[in-house]
Design a protein around this ligand. Structure first.
Ligand code: JFZ
Length: 443
């Protein structure tokens, strides 16, 4: 009895996350992972009825807007200037290989035609049209892959109960049934994976809402997310579909890639991010905003510069990771001009230098504030991002070098390797403000 008790106590305290057990990715899935690993750059889109208020996608929680009041928003959402082709072309011209769009965010509003709820863009907005449909068609036409972001957390549905740590002050929420909520999510995921052709991946978010928090650290997860069933459902419907989950933990069985939110892999600069010890073996993706917000924010003018954006692509690639760069379209369906302009500049850089990014893996030395390495076969690219000295030092560099020259101009670069690392001589007038790329061919 005592033994039984301690086992049950153990199970309660360390409630395991039950994952898709004995998951063996199919060949299609392994190929998709390879494609993903090589793609390096994608567009994240946070778009929902919240854009009407111009205060980010968390506005319902942040302003404690009641269920009744928030339900008025869809009637103002009429994105007559939305043009899926334009978005996809913009992404493609920026050098992006895929798009990840919010099909349903924490506000619980479905941006697609769903039969299992009335709270959808088709049934509740004057626009009346599914936006994922034309987006899927445009992506297919342009050879861009499409991922759906899907929120596990829901501030609107009563069946999201027990409620999590967020949205607790939103008036008008009632108690509901968790198992019904799981059935609902599975039905919606089935729709998303049946009605839009091939879907490259599902990007889950919201797991952390159900983690206990004592003000300093997270505790156990309060609910059973049924990941085993959900992940299996997705892989049964579309085996190549890559599953990622923004839970900030080590990968759970059944997942196909690992994401890092506003954080380079394993850095945990936010404090609530992923620890270095939880960085797994799966393909990686870093996500970041183009200004300071995910959803459209009228007052956010902290637009990142071309230098910051390009350098973040390089730093991510230096960890072997993709960058998923976010824009939050406006309620009229347009993307802010500032962001279109930024992406155009990034696209020019990628056309000139993409060879040093796409299809590369992490280099021999981990990135520092001043540099990042990428590598393809015997060719390595040293990206000098921040250099004030004419003699650039790379610590711990080992390896036999056949030749070293500036990328593109092919001018020879002098270097010396000793037991501490490598010294590289780059005259100041040969340096580039954003990135000085040195091509190193190994023996
Ligand atoms: C999540 C979302 O809440 C956010 O709206 C956006 O979609 C982003 C990409 O992902 O952001 C988070 C996730 C977790 C925490 C904070 C923000 N957290 O654990 O504190």
């Amino acid at each position: 009895m005592k033994r039984f008790l301690s086992i049950s106590v153990f199970l309660i305290i360390f409630q395991p996350i039950i994952a898709q057990q004995n998951y063996v990715p199919t060949n299609e899935n392994m190929e998709a992972r390879q494609w993903f690993q090589e793609a390096k750059f994608g567009l994240f889109i946070h778009w929902g009825v919240y854009s009407v208020l111009g205060d980010g996608e968390w506005v319902m929680n942040n302003q404690n807007i009641s269920i009744d009041d928030y339900e008025k928003l869809p009637s103002f959402f009429n994105p007559i200037d939305f043009d899926a082709e334009e978005w996809v072309k913009m992404a493609k011209d920026a050098g992006m290989k895929y798009i990840t769009i919010t099909s349903r965010h924490h506000d619980g509003f479905s941006m697609f035609d769903s039969q299992v709820t009335d709270y959808t863009i088709v049934k509740k907005t004057p626009y009346k049209k599914d936006i994922l449909k034309p987006l899927a068609a445009a992506c297919k036409k342009e050879g861009i892959k499409l991922f759906f972001y899907y929120s596990l957390l829901d501030w609107h549905d009563d069946n999201y109960f027990p409620r999590g740590r967020t949205g607790t002050k939103i008036p008008g929420r009632a108690d509901g049934n968790w198992e019904e909520y799981i059935i609902f999510m599975k039905a919606q995921l089935t729709e998303l994976l049946t009605n839009y052709g091939e879907i490259a991946g599902i990007w889950f978010d919201g797991h952390w809402d159900q983690k206990e928090w004592d003000g300093e650290k997270y505790g156990k997860v309060k609910v059973d997310w049924h990941y085993e069933e959900i992940y299996k459902l997705i892989h049964d419907l579309q085996p190549q579909c890559l599953i990622g989950n923004n839970h900030h933990l080590a990968p759970i069985e059944g997942e196909d890639f690992q994401m890092f939110e506003r954080d380079l892999p394993g850095q945990n600069t936010t404090g609530w991010g992923t620890n270095a010890s939880d960085v797994g073996e799966l393909p990686m993706e870093v996500c970041e905003t183009i200004n300071g917000s995910w959803g459209f924010n009228l007052k956010d003018n902290k637009h990142k510069s071309e230098k910051e954006l390009v350098q973040y692509i390089i730093r991510s690639a230096g960890y072997g990771s993709n960058l998923l760069l976010n824009v939050g379209p406006m309620p009229n369906g347009e993307i802010q001009l500032e962001h279109i302009k930024s992406l155009e500049k990034v696209g020019i850089w990628m056309r000139e230098n993409g060879e040093t990014i796409y299809k590369t893996t992490a280099g021999p030395v981990a990135p520092t504030d001043d540099m990042a390495f990428t590598r393809r076969g015997d060719t390595m690219y040293l990206h000098i991002l921040n250099d004030t000295k004419e003699l650039f030092f790379v610590e711990n560099f080992k390896g036999k070098i056949k030749s070293m020259h500036l990328y593109k101009s092919k001018e020879k670069v002098n270097h010396k390797i000793n037991e501490y690392g490598m010294f590289i001589e780059v005259p100041n007038n040969k340096k580039n403000q954003i990135d000085t790329i040195i091509e190193i061919i190994l023996k």
